[in-house]
Write a protein that binds this ligand. Structure first.
Ligand code: LLP
Length: 433
């Protein structure tokens, strides 16, 4: 819970709207975002970096809803994209191409053309063959592509192995030891213009030290480049700042910025950062309704109407998300202390340990294990900290239409994505005669 999502008496609110009202009005599963939380997160970044020239490029993959992109665009954000699709979204949401950086190891020719046509700020290039392709594509369009190389600093981000990206064995970036040679190669190509250097070492980092270690390695390279006559205009230090899901204690945005700016003291390059999770993660929750309670021999299950297709982080990373009842119930004493125990409905409302699971036929389809809750069927739960990598990683597995998304603004609720319909899911499919 934070200042945007919290209880008033026994009802959980997003800003000034009760979440049980949202569940009734829009149905479940439903993602709920707080406009104030999104705005405040962005403003904290802008404030923390204001002492020097900077650009905050929101990592679109964390949550790509147009309403969120539009909100950040209006606050002055740039965007970090990883596909032509994300570029199209940014433009549709009113974002400026001139503030877009394009990351990713596998950019296609079509994506390069699209980005050159739009006039993006920079391509974060991740390999020697990508330099060749980009030079050819830009040449064929009579354009010059602005590039930075994503350097792999070989720093341990100390995060989940699936989201750690800055180690030698990861597929990301160019090897630290090859970076200088590749910069020389890029500088000699007629349709590329070297403008910056980039690194991103992983996601959900809860300490500042790996960021600083990476920045220092990158800066040493920038100095070597300058000595060989290649001066850079910007440094992109990636994203990765973690959030609190459970009992983590990540640095605040201000502490993170202070540490980075400390490492950059006395330098004149423009700073780019690519935050994703920290801007949206705790600005969103997923509402889901309990369909059934099932009291097994060893475990109690709360079977809910959301599933791993809606929020796959627990299934994929064994990620922890808090789960809160949207309306708190009075805990009924357990049967040992109350002879009334077991009477119709009452067992249901005792505070018990539940595995909160979805309806999909996979054991990985869970949101949490052994969560103590006093709940009954029909109750609504809020899966907390679901604003980042929730909806954006959702799928239609089991032909489940994706959830509705709403944005709360003080006491007003805006539907920002309608719930999908099943016929939309197979609209592009054809039966063979
Ligand atoms: N820049 C680049 C090049 C990235 O690859 C990423 C995230 C970011 C920025 C933003 O990182 P953030 O500030 O959000 O940590 N699906 C996973 C997270 C994957 C992160 C991938 N890259 C999860 O749900 O935890």
């Amino acid at each position: 819970m934070n200042e945007y999502f919290g209880y008033k008496q026994d009802r959980l609110f997003a800003e000034n709207v009760a979440l049980d009202d949202i569940a009734r009005r829009f149905g479940t599963p439903c993602y709920v975002y707080s406009r104030a939380a999104l705005t405040d997160g962005y403003r904290q970044f802008a404030e923390a970096f204001k002492s020097r020239e900077h650009l905050i490029c929101y990592a679109v993959k964390a949550n790509s809803n147009l309403a969120i992109l539009n909100l950040f665009a209006r606050l002055g954000a740039g965007f970090d994209i990883v596909s032509g699709g994300e570029l199209q979204r940014v433009l549709a949401a009113g974002g400026a191409a001139s503030k877009v950086v394009f990351s990713g190891v596998g950019k296609s020719e079509a994506e390069m053309r699209q980005a050159l046509e739009a006039g993006i700020l920079c391509f974060n290039v991740e390999s020697s063959s990508e330099l060749d392709r980009l030079n050819t594509v830009a040449g064929s369009m009579g354009k010059v592509a602005p590039v930075s190389l994503r350097v792999n600093p070989d720093v341990d981000a100390k995060t989940h192995p699936y989201i750690s990206t800055g180690l030698k064995q990861n597929k990301f970036g160019v090897a630290y030891t090859e970076a200088l040679a590749l910069y020389r190669k890029a500088a000699a190509m007629s349709h590329l213009r070297v403008t910056g250097m980039d690194c991103h070492i992983g996601s959900q980092l809860t300490e500042t030290s790996p960021f600083i270690a990476a920045a220092e390695k990158v800066l040493a390279l920038v100095d070597q480049l300058a000595a060989s006559g290649i001066a850079l205009e910007h440094l992109d230090l990636g994203g990765g700042l973690g959030i609190r899901y459970d009992d983590e204690t990540p640095p605040s945005i201000a502490e993170y910025a202070k540490a980075l700016l400390g490492a950059l003291q006395g330098r004149s390059e423009k700073i780019i950062v690519e935050p994703g999770r920290v801007l949206v993660g705790n600005a969103g929750v997923l509402l889901t309704r309990i369909e059934y309670l099932k009291h097994g021999e060893e475990k109690n299950f709360a079977i809910v109407d959301a599933a791993m297709n809606d929020l796959m982080r627990p299934a994929l990373y064994d990620a922890y998300h808090r789960i809160l009842p949207v309306v708190r119930r009075q805990d009924i004493p357990s049967p040992q202390s109350s002879p009334a125990g077991g009477r119709g409905g009452e067992r249901e409302r005792q505070s018990l340990l539940y595995d909160v699971v979805g309806p999909i036929c996979e054991t990985g389809d869970f949101f949490g294990h052994a969560r103590k809750m006093a709940v009954d069927k029909g109750d609504t739960l809020a899966v907390m900290s679901a604003g980042a990598y929730g909806m954006s990683m959702s799928s239609n597995y089991n032909t489940r239409p994706r959830a509705a998304e709403v944005m709360v603004d003080d006491a007003v609720v805006h539907l920002v994505r309608e719930r999908e319909t099943v016929s939309q899911l197979y609209a592009a499919e054809k039966i063979v005669a």
